[in-house]
Structure formats: structure tokens, C-alpha cells
Design a protein around this ligand. Structure first.
Ligand SMILES: Nc1ncnc2c1ncn2[C@@H]1O[C@H](COP(=O)(O)OP(=O)(O)O)[C@@H](O)[C@H]1O
Ligand SMILES: [Mg+2]
Length: 395
């Protein structure tokens, strides 16, 4: 089987690591060789599995077995940056140091933001090529950073196209002159070779990430206003980027009748948001997980969570692979195309509210979070094309 990739993304603290851990455990139980890879520098995966600190330290940054067919890996950015970015990193640190920065600070600053994303992509591509695992579960950093992570392949491509050629030519011309007049070092060829080598190692990873039958994003959220807003925004970004969100997981739901009066307001609030979820994410499946009576640590509790989440289902299955909506730009006008669960010719009501487009057709209601570029435009024309609704925006 071709390796399957599942990304868990969401705001900090919503339960990404816990859910990634529970999912990995279930996959391993089902017979898949599974690796859970933590992309968050604030790693907590080992804690979820209640891993022995000594064992963990000994294998720092590398995959550690936590069960039969199950491994976890918490990437050690500093160490891997030196291994993979060695020459690039050395040059940057040297450059910063000559500008008068303390050597230790220079070394710290030479870690370009996004480098850790590249390191993760390198590992992913290596595991895909070597087919080390059947299922790769990515426990992502909080939303903003995980969005940067998925756009990294195209960012790098841009960098290579635009800057790499330019810099390389510039260095050839300037190096001899610069050597004579200044002590600012210029990159030598090993720097460029390192960059080119890196690209070879990353080849193809972007195609896999965009392949809806192989890679799915699962958004973890809580039934609270601010968390949900962030989830809606992430949903929009992943859609724009062309990645398939195959489920939304609402975690930490307080079971009705629990907690006495103290939690009653919480329960009411959560129920209110739960009632709206379909308007935000439908037709993407929505799963629910209760708030446990204690933190979720260790195999026994993780298994209980995976039972709640997946029942007897196989979590490595693709739950949904269509694009719920799409934005395109034609003749300077943005068009939103949205898949409807039915075919109709009924009247469509459109209104904008807090950066969202609210679409109403009879009793059907959808909220679509608008990208910044589109949110300044006004929705005008709505027409049906088969089971899709196309909305044109005007300035
Ligand atoms: N459904 C739940 N019930 C009880 N505790 C939970 C639940 N989901 C997560 N937790 C706990 O909340 C804390 C944060 O969860 P974590 O998975 O680390 O969040 P994230 O990775 O999104 O930052 C952990 O201590 C975890 O055990
Ligand atoms: Mg986490």
C-alpha cells in the first residue's frame, strides 16, 4: 500500500497531540506500521505515551518504538538543522557573527524561520520513498505555523527560482572584489550545493501532500467561539491550498448531566456551537469527543479515546476527499464555487458578516470564511451549475 499521511491541525491546547496519539495507536492495533511525527517544537507526544524519559533522551530526535508497529518521533530542530542545512547554516551564522553579533546569538538567529518545516518535509519524503511506514501521522504545530508548513514546498520553489540563480551569479561576480575590500564573507559553492541537494531530497513531497487519496487534514477544535473561528479560517486556507480536509473533530465536549450546576453554562454554550457546526464545515464529516474525567495519558486512555472517535472504523481511511469550495479569479472578479448537497433553483440570499459570507437557500445555510483579498469585495450574482453554486464578487 502507498503510505497514508494524516495531519492533525488546530489551535494550541485543543487536543491535537492527544488525538494524533490515539489515532496512531489504533492504526498500529489494526496492523499498520505507524509513525507519529511531532512537528510542534513544544513536543508533548512522548508525554501522551507516558514514555520513559531515559529511553526518550537516548533516542532524541529519532523514531522511538512505543508499541508493536508504533513509533513516535519528536524532531530535534537544532541537531537536524546542522545535519541537513549544515553548510547553509554555517554560512549564515558566520555572516551574522561578522556583523558584530555574539557567536551564540548568531548561531541561534541563523535558524531561519521555516527551517524546521523543511526538516519535517525531508523526513516525510524520506519515509515515503523508503516506505518505512504504512501510515504517517503528523502532529502539527498550532494553526498558523502548520499553514506555513504546508505552503513551504511552494515557498521554497519560489526562493529557488527567483533568488538562487540571482544570488549565485552575484556571488561569482562579487566574491573576488569583496574578498579584497571587506571581511563580510560571501557564500562559497558548498552553500549552493547544499541548497540544491536539499531540493533533490524534497522532490515530489508537494505532490503527495496535495493528493487527496493519500493526504488528509483533520482539524481539531473545541465548541467555543474563538477556537471555532480559528478552525473556520484554517478550513478556508487548506481549501484554498488544495488540500483535502477529511474531518473536523470537536474535542472536550462536556457530557450532558455531568459536572452539576457549575458546568451547566458550558454545556449550553457548547450545544449552541454544536448546532452550528454543519453550517461551517458540511459536507466534511464532523466527529465528537467528550471531555474525559482526567488528562489523557497512557495507552489505556488513548485507546478509550480512539473508540469514542472512530468506533470500529479504520482511521487511516479517507473520510472525505472533495473540495467543499473553491475561489477562482476571472477578469479581475473573484468567483466562489460551492458544492451543494442538492440541486435547486430556489432564491439565494447572500450577506456578509464578520469576514464571512453567509449563504441562505430556503432552510439551507452555509458560512464561508472569506480570504482577505475577497473580503473587500461584495457578493453579487449567484447562479447554479448542476450541484454547484457559483457566486461572483464585485469591487
Ligand atoms: N477529551 C479530553 N479530555 C480530557 N483531557 C484532554 C482531552 N483532550 C486533550 N486533553 C488534555 O489536554 C491537554 C492538551 O492536549 P494536547 O493534545 O497536548 O493539545 P495540543 O496538542 O492541541 O496542544 C493534555 O493534557 C491532554 O491530556
Ligand atoms: Mg501538541
Amino acid at each position: 500500500m502507498t503510505p497514508r499521511i494524516i495531519l492533525y491541525s488546530g489551535k494550541g491546547g485543543v487536543g491535537k497531540t492527544t488525538i494524533a496519539a490515539a489515532t496512531g495507536l489504533r492504526c498500529a492495533d489494526l496492523g499498520y506500521r505507524t509513525l507519529i511525527l511531532s512537528l510542534d517544537i513544544a513536543h508533548s507526544l512522548a508525554d501522551s505515551f507516558d514514555l520513559d524519559v531515559g529511553l526518550h533522551e537516548k533516542n532524541r530526535g529519532q523514531p522511538v518504538a512505543v508499541g508493536e508497529r508504533l513509533w513516535i518521533q519528536e524532531i530535534d530542530v537544532q541537531e537536524d538543522v546542522e545535519r541537513y542545512w549544515g553548510d547553509v547554516y554555517k554560512y549564515l551564522a558566520l555572516l551574522l557573527n561578522t556583523t558584530g553579533l555574539d557567536e551564540i546569538i548568531a548561531a541561534e538567529l541563523a535558524i531561519i524561520p521555516g527551517m524546521e518545516d523543511v526538516i519535517c518535509l525531508l523526513y516525510i519524503n524520506q519515509y515515503l520513498t523508503e516506505r518505512t511506514y504504512d501510515v504517517l501521522i503528523l502532529d502539527c504545530a498550532p494553526t498558523g505555523e502548520s499553514l506555513r508548513f504546508i505552503s513551504m514546498p511552494s515557498t521554497l520553489e519560489w526562493y529557488m527560482d527567483k533568488l538562487f540563480q540571482l544570488e549565485r551569479n552575484l556571488a561569482r561576480v562579487v566574491r573576488p572584489i569583496a574578498r579584497a575590500v571587506t571581511n563580510v564573507p560571501l557564500p562559497d559553492d558548498s552553500y549552493f550545493q547544499a541548497l540544491a541537494g536539499l531540493f533533490t531530497k524534497l522532490e515530489g513531497v508537494d505532490t503527495v501532500l496535495l493528493d487527496k487519496e493519500r493526504t488528509s487534514v483533520r482539524l481539531v477544535t473545541n465548541a467555543e467561539k474563538m477556537v471555532l473561528r480559528e478552525t473556520q479560517r484554517a478550513f478556508m486556507y487548506f481549501c484554498l491550498y488544495g488540500m483535502a480536509v477529511d474531518s473536523v473533530i470537536v474535542n472536550r465536549l462536556i457530557p450532558a448531566g455531568e459536572g452539576g450546576e457549575y458546568f451547566q453554562k458550558w454545556i449550553t454554550t457548547q450545544e449552541r456551537y454544536l448546532a452550528q457546526l454543519e453550517q461551517y464545515f458540511d459536507p466534511v464529516p464532523i466527529a465528537r469527543v467528550q471531555m474525559f474525567d482526567d488528562e489523557i495519558i497512557g495507552l489505556e486512555r488513548l485507546r478509550r479515546l480512539s473508540e469514542q472517535l472512530y468506533g470500529t472504523d479504520d482511521p487511516s481511511r479517507v473520510f472525505y476527499s472533495e473540495r467543499p469550495y473553491e475561489f477562482t479569479k476571472t477578469d479581475g472578479q473573484y468567483v466562489l464555487s460551492l458544492k451543494l448537497p442538492f440541486v435547486t433553483k430556489e432564491h439565494v440570499d447572500l450577506f456578509k458578516e464578520e469576514g464571512q459570507l453567509i449563504i441562505r437557500i430556503g432552510s439551507f445555510k452555509r458560512h464561508v470564511f472569506l480570504p482577505r483579498a475577497v473580503s473587500r469585495h461584495t457578493p453579487r450574482d449567484a447562479r447554479f451549475e448542476g450541484d454547484r453554486l457559483c457566486i461572483t464578487f464585485e469591487r
